[in-house]
Design a protein around this ligand. Structure first.
Ligand SMILES: Cc1cc2nc3c(=O)[nH]c(=O)nc-3n(C[C@H](O)[C@H](O)[C@H](O)COP(=O)(O)OP(=O)(O)OC[C@H]3O[C@@H](n4cnc5c(N)ncnc54)[C@H](O)[C@@H]3O)c2cc1C
Length: 415
């Protein structure tokens, strides 16, 4: 059986960042990922912009909210000739970094190679062995069959908190009262000329028309969200939502079927309503539907809406949350509530530690948060921040918080 200092499960942004943090701390580190590529929702569900890397700002200069692993990944993307210059939404003041999925996958491979870690693709964590308040081993379903790995510490960066759930940490779905942020399926569209401008009012009217008799009506009657995909003339379009009341395979199956059918219909609406888009076609719905929220497990602490509204800073903070609370409870009509104080709130170390298992850490959207705070901390910029802190904390589990914080900063993290 292979043994590591740190094993990270899940190769989304939280897991990649945790892996880099652990490896930079000198740990022998393994990352396991169920798909054959890294990036999580960015590359498996067409979520093609990093939010939360920068604080919101009315000024024209972005203020960073993360560092360390995010700097390394952005520089690897740049080396591939893709710009990572943040762009400010003039309407909201938010800063975003747009992504091109193939260059992101390669940049993430290279970032991990540079950090000297082992990565195992096609390896899904399917069981966990615990004793005396510790997680000792995880069981992987690999292409060749069962593989067991042991480690001093583990990081659950699966998004869905699979490892913590398998290890028996109490979990709940959504807000605990049956409400989940909806699944959504961003779609990639090709066949557009350079500089194509979409007439939103006209598109909204065409979608409203479609909704009267179409088989797959959309809740995004305002025409949804469009963004450019760098180094191409393609765009991604967020217009398909699916109400979820559970995070089961049956629910996901229904969402996948709905999203595939809706995508064809909406691209036809786009093509037929916009002369500039007459050659538009659906490039991809994404390997899977985007899961905004599923299972939450108990953590030692949880960040709250009140923390974010106050921009609360604290002595046990190890990362920054800087994205507004982006609440999709009313499907198709997201609301944005800004972070108070200086534009960020501290995420305390306790949010990154699973309740009841001393060597299991959490990263990305698995961390402890109340439902409203979750709608902020789940974005990928913040997943970089929590992942980096989590990986370093796992590698240095013996350090007190007073010594851990400077260590995170020495390695480039921003607190
Ligand atoms: C529709 C939609 C739109 C969004 N828009 C934005 C946006 O514009 N900008 C932004 O920054 N954020 C956005 N988000 C939020 C963001 O994409 C996610 O919250 C973020 O990707 C979380 O990162 P993560 O690493 O925690 O998890 P994920 O990205 O979910 O990655 C988890 C990884 O773990 C792997 N995995 C899961 N289970 C196992 C297992 N048992 N064993 C091994 N591997 C496993 C998965 O394959 C995946 O690679 C959006 C989300 C959705 C769904």
């Amino acid at each position: 059986m292979d043994h590591y200092d740190v094993v990270v499960a899940g190769g989304g942004i939280g897991g990649v960042s945790a892996t880099i943090g652990a490896a930079k701390s000198g740990s022998k580190t393994l990352l396991v990922e169920k798909y054959g590529f890294l990036g999580g929702a960015a590359t498996n569900a067409n979520v093609l912009s990093f939010c939360g890397l920068y604080q919101r700002g009315g000024v024209s200069r972005p203020v960073a909210a993360t560092g360390g692993a995010s700097d390394l990944v952005l520089s690897e993307i740049e080396k591939l000739g893709v710009t990572t210059a943040p762009r400010q939404n003039p309407r909201t003041g938010h800063w975003l970094v747009y992504l091109e999925p193939e260059s992101l996958k390669l940049a993430l491979d290279r970032s991990l190679a540079a950090a000297g870690v082992e990565v195992l693709f096609h390896a899904k964590a399917v069981d966990a062995v615990t004793s005396a308040g510790r997680l000792n081993q995880i069981v992987l379903h690999c292409h060749e069959g069962r593989v067991d790995v042991t480690a001093g510490c583990f990081v659950d960066a699966t998004g869905d908190a699979h490892v913590a759930s398998l290890a028996g940490v109490p979990r709940k779905v959504g807000d605990g009262a049956g409400t989940l942020q909806p699944f959504s399926s961003p779609i990639r569209i090709g066949g557009l000329a350079d500089g194509t401008v979409i007439d939103r009012d006209r598109l909204a009217a065409a979608l409203a028309d479609y909704n009267k008799s179409g088989a797959n009506p959309t809740n995004r009657t305002g025409a949804g969200f469009f963004a450019p995909i760098p180094n191409s003339t393609d765009i991604w379009w967020m217009v398909i939502d699916y109400p979820a009341d559970g995070a089961t395979s049956a629910m996901l199956s229904a969402a996948e079927r709905y999203a595939r059918a809706a995508a064809q219909d909406y691209v036809a609406v786009l093509r037929n309503s916009q002369p500039a888009c007459r050659n538009a076609f659906l490039v991809q719905t994404g390997p899977q539907v985007g899961i905004r929220e599923s299972w939450h497990v108990d953590a030692e602490d949880r960040i709250t809406e009140a923390d974010l509204l106050a921009g609360r800073t604290r002595a046990d903070g190890v990362a920054r949350a800087a994205w507004p609370m982006e609440d999709h409870s009313v499907i198709g009509r997201p609301t944005f509530t800004p972070i108070g104080g200086d534009g960020f709130a501290h995420i305390p170390l306790g949010c990154l530690k699973a309740e009841g298992l001393s060597n299991l850490y959490l990263a990305g959207r698995t961390i402890g948060a109340d439902p409203r705070a979750y709608s902020s901390i789940r974005v990928m910029g913040t997943a970089f921040a929590t992942g980096f802190a989590s990986g370093i904390a796992a590698a240095h589990s013996e350090l007190s918080i007073d010594r851990l914080r400077p260590r995170i900063e020495e390695l480039g993290g921003l607190i």
